[in-house]
Ligand binder design. Structure first.
Ligand code: ATP
Length: 510
């Protein structure tokens, strides 16, 4: 039996993940034969299973297994007034900077710069795009500047600021990352909503938007759910679905794309209820859920948004952060939004959104806690956290490398691979196919009879299949009808019966 040694992380984990995702059919660039379309992706046969499993786990835990959350599905294109009332038409924008010469576009808050200060005097400016090494890049550029210009004196450490913090005078002097010359425009607000027209007319009266978030669906349908759903405060309305944002700089693979899927829930509470208690409850719930689908606690942290940067109606926002290979980034935002959203829709539509609470005998517009997460981001997090390369030594002492995705059985795209030991022995393949067909009724399973058994194990390791079942001669010849069950992470093998295999799956795949 082979044994795994300590896992090593590849030098460039992100590159390794993207390459595996393409090679094994998890994620492809959209419209690849036409050169792709920046910010859009397709999910391949394994990717679509992984994505569905993550979505189903969320739905089951968030909606079906709770008594206080119901689900809905609202349309992607909604009445344009929705986005006026929500503030998106006026304010859903990122600060955009153009390079007048290269025509490149940057998000001002992702474009960093610093003055080059030598012996207390500013001699020029350097710029760099945000990444994990922005400060080092700025420092190196400042040192290069000093060397090239042969300026004598002590160079002060760079002080990175983002481009939104530049004065008009500084904007005129900061070099464009594309040209090295001061070719940048001042930042301006760029609205990220995709526009379209509904119906045969393409004038201002027919303008509509692809939704930039799913949340407004829950607010706009609030009354419908209350009037039909027998819900009582506190309760939540959840939905999953596509959202669209015309991101200025889509990047980091599927982390920031222009079309993505969200899983959002609006949890409505009494106006007198303790919002901080519910906020904390949902942060903990979301963290626990991420762990339940296999994300390690070591990669998760919390970030509280600064009070002074919050929208005026917001009581508090905490992001659950994930340690991606390109830095610690937002995975899940949990916002306490007061009753701003329902209040806005009440004002704009003229339809009262207040409800009468039987317990307190009060009429009011409920407050809300909103946990909002991107499905594609969780997908990427599971790939990054699960990816490992390991040296494996077999019983003869030979060592080889294996790539393994340590997916939780809950989300693994294939739960079990069924492997007859030999392809040309009908007694083995018949038994294997019977088991395969039986498992297939409940689980995503894979039948593979091609190649040496070790190679078949490796192929499953690489796509994160938690268990392989081998049908061998002992299955046929010895009493008990047992198979070899091989576990992905430990590579340990033991014999199990069909009933034991089903019991294992019942316990671990939920
Ligand atoms: P960011 O600051 O990263 O742009 P945000 O704070 O604007 O995100 P929200 O509006 O709170 O994001 O959206 C909720 C969740 O949707 C985010 O936590 C993230 O997981 C996901 N999300 C947002 N924008 C994108 C995107 N462009 N691509 C993929 N997922 C996204």
């Amino acid at each position: 039996m082979s044994t795994p040694a300590a896992a090593t992380e590849p030098a460039n984990l992100m590159e390794a993940v993207v390459s595996l995702a393409k090679r094994r059919g998890f994620v492809f660039p959209s419209s690849e034969i036409y050169g792709g379309l920046n910010g859009f992706f397709d999910y391949g046969p394994l990717g679509v299973e992984l994505k569905k499993n993550i979505r189903d786990c969320w739905w089951n835990d968030m909606v079906r297994r709770r008594d206080d959350v119901v689900g809905i599905e609202t349309s992607i294109i909604m009445h344009p007034k929705v986005w006026e009332a929500s503030g998106h038409v006026a304010g859903f924008s990122d600060p955009l900077v153009d390079c007048k010469v290269s025509k490149n576009r940057y998000r001002a808050d992702q474009l960093f710069w610093s003055p080059i200060v030598i012996d207390g005097t500013i001699h020029g400016y350097v710029s760099a795009l945000e990444n994990e090494k922005t400060t080092e890049e700025l420092q190196a550029a400042a040192e290069l500047f000093k060397r090239k210009k042969a300026i004598v004196g002590t160079l002060a450490p760079v002080q990175p600021k983002d481009f939104t913090e530049a004065t008009a005078d500084e904007v005129a002097k900061i070099p464009s990352p594309a040209t090295g010359n001061p070719d940048l425009t001042p930042p301006r607000a760029f609205n990220m909503m995709f526009q379209t027209n509904v119906g045969a007319m393409t004038d201002a009266s027919s303008v509509a938007y692809l939704r930039p978030e799913t949340a407004q669906g829950m607010f706009v349908d609030f009354k419908n759910v209350v009037d039909t759903g027998r819900v009582k405060l506190p309760f939540g309305i959840a939905q999953t679905g596509k959202s669209f944002r015309n991101e200025i700089t889509p990047r980091n693979f599927i982390f920031r794309s222009r079309e993505f899927e969200q899983m959002e829930m609006e949890f409505f509470i009494h106006e007198d209820d303790d919002w901080a208690k519910w906020h904390r409850y949902w942060i903990d719930w979301c963290t626990g859920w991420l762990k339940s689908i296999g994300l390690p606690a070591s990669h998760l942290s919390e970030y509280d948004h600064l009070k002074e940067k919050l929208a005026f109606y917001s009581k508090g926002t905490t992001d659950i952060m994930f340690k991606f290979p390109f830095g610690v980034q937002e995975l899940w935002g949990i916002a306490a939004r007061g009753n701003y959203d329902l209040g806005q829709h009440e004002k704009a539509s003229g339809v009262p959104q207040a409800i009468f609470d039987e317990t307190s005998k009060k009429k009011f517009v409920p407050h809300v806690i909103e946990p909002a997460v991107g499905l594609d981001r969780i997908f990427l997090a599971t790939l990054c956290a699960g990816y490992a390369e390991e040296a494996v030594t077999d019983e003869k002492g030979n060592t080889e490398m294996r790539t393994v995705l340590r997916f939780s059985p809950r989300i693994a795209p294939v739960k079990v691979a069924i492997l007859p030991l030999l392809k040309n022995k009908e007694v083995l393949t018949d038994r294997a196919k019977t088991l395969y067909k039986k498992l297939q009724r409940r689980y995503a399973v894979f039948y593979d009879e091609g190649g040496a058994i070790g190679r078949r194990y490796r192929r499953q390791d690489e796509i994160g299949t938690p268990w392989c079942v081998t049908i061998d001669f002992d299955t046929i010849e010895k009493p008990g009808d047992t198979f070899t069950l091989r576990e992905r992470d430990s590579m340990a093998q033991r014999r199990v019966t069909e009933a034991e295999l089903f019991a294992l799956l019942e316990e671990q795949v939920y």
